[in-house]
Design a protein around this ligand. Structure first.
Ligand SMILES: O=C(O)CCC(=O)C(=O)O
Ligand SMILES: [Fe+2]
Length: 320
């Protein structure tokens, strides 16, 4: 449906984060930072290769996901949350292939142990260790990327405050293959509402990311790569400087797709507001300051679900 000649190539840029010299101040850091900025301006998304998560851990994370989703429904329903999409989600008539669970503060051992004990009252040490160490290692990639983004926009003085203003949610997902000739929707088209999302998946493809000129990129990640994506809260914080892309999951065939997303999310009570440095005549302020938790509550109302951009409807400034 997009324009006949796509303005942007229909594949995501790939950026390597495995380099040992990737430290602030080193030339490699500056080069990688420039690639991060350009990719996020153009696509709001890129594929990151990152070797800090050992191969055994990358394998065992999917065994843990299988073990979790294989639990009886009654047990999975014990994971309740006041926050929408943080607890157990499944059996939705609109997206019957999709099931997910959220693990709040998945980088903090005590929190993951408490989550685990709700589902396995006798404990499940290998599950909680796998989830926590995977999240902790992946959060290092999230921190590197957010540091680079803040530097790119001259916001060095805000880095510490910004990094302390968020928590992590690990959402784990299972998509059952539709077992039909046609391709079926696994997850509705949406933009993420948080700061940065880092996705990892098994060998079954399905994620599609929309380009600015309305073409769909079918993402083909490898075992060594992660998909990094910008959410609406970072888009607002940067006063629209980076793109927050629409994406969806489309499923075919019989195989089960397991994926997980590490979401950095503004803490409740923290006000997301673009610094004055990013507001000038050429870039008028796009959004009123907002609390992310309240914005999320709006997103899940009927009006929020109906609007093309919940962010603009919720706190957009009229003149845009
Ligand atoms: O399963 C995926 O790859 C994407 C999931 C996603 O977009 C989300 O949870 O926000
Ligand atoms: Fe998403």
């Amino acid at each position: 449906m997009g324009s006949e000649t796509p303005l942007l190539p229909l594949h995501l840029p790939v950026i390597d984060f495995s380099n040992q010299n990737l430290k602030p101040g080193e030339p490699e850091w500056d080069l990688t930072r420039a690639d991060v900025k350009k990719s996020l301006q153009d696509y709001g998304c890129f594929e990151a290769t990152f070797d800090r998560i050992p191969i055994e851990l990358r394998k065992s994370i999917f065994e843990s996901l299988e073990e979790l989703f294989d639990l009886p429904l009654q047990t999975k329903l014990k994971n309740v949350s006041k926050k929408p999409f943080h607890g157990y989600v499944g059996q939705y008539p609109m997206v019957p292939l999709y099931e997910s669970m959220g693990i709040d503060d998945s980088d903090v051992a005590a929190k993951v142990t408490a989550f685990t004990e709700k589902l396995w009252p006798q404990g499940n040490n290998s599950f909680s260790t796998t989830i926590q160490s995977f999240s902790k290692k992946l959060s290092e990639l999230d921190i590197t990327i957010r540091r680079m983004i803040m530097e790119s926009f001259g916001l060095v003085n805000y880095i510490d405050e910004h990094l302390h203003s968020t928590n992590y949610l690990l959402r784990v997902m299972k998509y059952t293959g539709p077992d039909t000739e046609e391709t079926k929707l696994g997850l509705n088209t949406h933009t993420d509402k948080n700061i940065v999302t880092i996705l990892y998946q098994n060998h079954v493809e399905g994620l599609e990311v929309q380009t600015k000129d309305n073409n769909w990129i079918k993402v083909k990640p490898s075992q060594d790569s992660f998909i990094v994506m910008i959410g609406d809260s970072l888009y607002a914080l940067l006063n629209g400087r980076l793109h927050s892309p629409y994406h969806r999951v489309m499923m075919t065939g019989t195989e089960t797709r397991y994926s997980l997303g590490l979401f950095s999310i503004p803490k409740a009570g923290h006000i997301v507001s673009s610094p004055d440095e990013l507001v000038d005549e050429e870039h008028p302020r796009l959004f009123n300051p907002f609390d992310h938790v309240e914005f999320l509550q709006f997103y899940y109302t009927e009006a929020g679900q109906r609007s093309q951009s919940a962010l603009k409807t919720y706190c957009g400034i009229q003149s845009q």
